[in-house]
Ligand binder design. Sequence first.
Ligand SMILES: [Zn+2]
Length: 411
Amino acid sequence: MPCARLARMTNKDDKGLLLNGGLLLKGGVLPDGNSADIRIQGGKIAEIAGSIAAPEGVREIDVTGQLVSPGLVNGHVHLDKTLLGASWIPHLPGDTVAERIKAEKKIRSEVNVPLKTRATALIDLLTGFGTTAVRSHVDIDPDIGLAHLEVILALREEMRERLSIELVAFPQSGVAAAPGTAELLNEAMKLGVENIGGLDPAAIDGDVEGQLDLVFGLAERYDAGIDIHLHDGGELGIYELEQIAERCRAGGLNGKVTVSHAYALGMVSGSVAARTAEKLARAGVAILTAASGFGAMPPVKLLLENDVHVFAGTDNVRDAWSPFGNGDMAERAALIAYRCGMNSDEDLRAAFDMATTSAARALGLENYGLAAGNPADLVVFQAASVPEAIASHAARGLVIKGGRIAGAQAE
Ligand SMILES: [Zn+2]
């Protein structure tokens, strides 16, 4: 069985090992269905070909018939929110964003495990399932100040070889609603954060123009990307999406703006959703979905048909917002497909793309994918194809990040 074979080929001592002599994966199935050998050298993919003879000193692993994909990419996670590493904390009720913010503050005040420990536990989970890059939002508000950001910035340096981490300065308590936040966001951007975040400009701040002025202003000042959490529903949410698209178009920010969740798109008629999708596509605004149970599901197929850039993330993993989540991006792709009635092989490939190539594009990852010369970030699934891997929640036989063995579930 592949599982036993990989267990023999790799062992716990291999974890983190950079195979200086090189590594050769034999007989894997690429996402396009072709079989190939992949040779890894010096942390990069050296060669992909139908059949490669192992040069001397190169370690060989037989992955015949198993899918080898580029590393999974989590386009939306909250490393600083997770409660992993602490004992189980019951979920507090609260159905609105405002109630959830309040619940989170209460839970946060009671957690006695340091943020670094918890975030590290989440990174262990993410990487174990084959995620090699993430975009993490980090809370910034007058209570927290920049404290979370400082921890996560240090952790990202420490984890650089295990996980690529891009950050969003996220005003979880709003901007106008939490005086002092605007100045903190400005300070955060100076520390090397790649994206400025936002949150429900209407429901939380009651000032769509004010919040968007600040967010787009900071993006311009720091040449940063934008990623706005938008839970606001119905016509109100559609209006905000239109405002964001218009500002994106006017500012020439095509490809640099994301709206996360955009539940409103799943709450209006198909014609309104299609009309809005056209505007998003034309402006180059991407939509992030986590198939969250918190709100309506945006119509992913309709968005893709209208050429909207859609990508995926886990969002909350075991935190005050959700008791659920294991950090597995392949499972998340399956959840998105499940909720959207995406059942054909083509649909499952589209869902997989949202957790790999499309998410990598949103993060602006350079040299992503299975090609000679790119970083050796890849995952071996115990499945024979992309659709099977997604639909069956296939185990990861082997995870490699930058040429290092990052994990093998078969161990
Ligand atoms: Zn989020």
